[in-house]
Design a protein around this ligand. Structure first.
Ligand SMILES: [Zn+2]
Ligand SMILES: [Zn+2]
Length: 339
């Protein structure tokens, strides 16, 4: 099978001809059709994620068709259209039993520390398969596995958005544009913040109540102006760089929550315990999504309540163009590769 292989951190994705993986009784073989290209992929390639598994087939937002199932896999058969949940967990630890799959200490992730989707075929445990309704096309379904379901988890479990909650979304790229839709669906009043005017226009079309061009400088004053001087109930950070963090902090109203979804590895943030106590600020990390949340996200997309935002679909040969667009902040939503 054709595959793109990362053989050294910072190096190219090298086209290789590999054997189709052999599956065990609890595993399934998936014929990969589409793979989303995520900001985290840039960090994995660059060796900034603290991972040491090489060679590696990257790609963690995966959709395709089941090619074969092991004898113990229930409920799936060859030909089924599926998204692949990229967290491979033990299913037995306290976190798995609580439905907090992404905290499983025994976990591996497709495309991070276990082979992912930049290949014609991949194997995954049968429990990682998520069936797709016919009205969800594969080139959109692939990004549900991270960009869309990550937003769902962040909005419903961490940001805890109720009708009328005011929300600032810092960075409306591949993940933020979906969090915006989720926040609107939950009844939030939303401010989209970005340095890219085209993305802000798209955010408006997707329902943002206000937008702020962060190229103009620190955005917290405009957030405060838009909220009658109060600040917002929730700031969702999809960027977390040295420019955005201070403004995000100063955009919070009393009792506000700052939810981190995106990050820059090893970049710290300073905060004042005195202000945290006085204002009862909450700071929360939000890590991807559980398998259950992926299934709930698929339902929302199938019902037409959330639109997966895909900018362009590239061939596997042109994968570097997708990476370049991401690196240069040019993409409107996700870029996707067809395998
Ligand atoms: Zn990702
Ligand atoms: Zn576990």
């Amino acid at each position: 099978m054709r595959a793109l292989v990362l053989e050294e951190f910072g190096g190219p994705l090298i086209p290789r001809e590999l054997d189709v993986p052999a599956i065990g009784p609890h595993e399934a073989l998936v014929r990969v059709r589409n793979v989303g290209v995520c900001g985290t992929d840039l960090k994995i390639r660059a060796g900034r994620m603290g991972l040491d598994v090489l060679p590696l087939i990257m790609g963690h937002e995966i959709a395709g068709e089941v090619a074969e199932v092991g004898s113990e896999v229930q409920g799936f058969a060859a030909g089924d259209r599926v998204a692949v949940n990229f967290y491979v967990t033990c299913g037995a630890c306290r976190y798995c039993r609580q439905g907090r799959d992404t905290l499983c200490p025994n976990m591996r992730q497709h495309g991070f520390s276990r082979d992912g989707g930049f290949a014609e075929y991949m194997k995954t445990p049968g429990v990682n398969l998520c069936k797709l309704p016919d009205n969800v096309p594969l080139d959109k379904a692939c990004i549900l596995g991270d960009a869309v379901a990550t937003s769902y988890h962040a909005v419903t479990k961490k940001a805890r958005i109720d009708p009328g909650t005011t929300v600032a979304l810092v960075g409306v790229g591949g993940v933020g544009l979906h969090a915006l839709q989720m926040a609107k669906l939950a009844g939030g009043w939303t401010i989209a913040i970005d340095v890219n005017q085209d993305r802000l226009n798209l955010a408006r079309k997707l329902g943002a109540d206000a937008v702020i061009d962060a190229k103009q400088g620190p955005f917290h004053e405009e957030v405060r102006r838009l909220t009658g001087g109060e600040g917002v109930d929730v700031v969702m950070e999809f960027v977390s760089n040295e420019d955005t963090l201070p403004s995000s902090y100063r955009s919070l109203r009393r009792g506000g929550r700052l939810v981190f979804v995106g990050y820059v590895p090893e970049l710290p943030m300073s905060l004042m315990p005195h202000e945290m106590v006085r204002n009862e600020y909450e700071f929360l990390g939000s890590r991807a999504n559980s398998k259950q949340e992926l299934e709930e996200t698929v339902a929302l997309v199938s019902q037409g309540k959330i639109e997966p935002v895909v900018d362009r679909v590239f061939s596997l040969e042109d994968v570097e163009e997708a990476f370049d667009a991401l690196r240069e902040g040019r993409s409107l939503g996700r870029n996707v590769v067809a395998v």
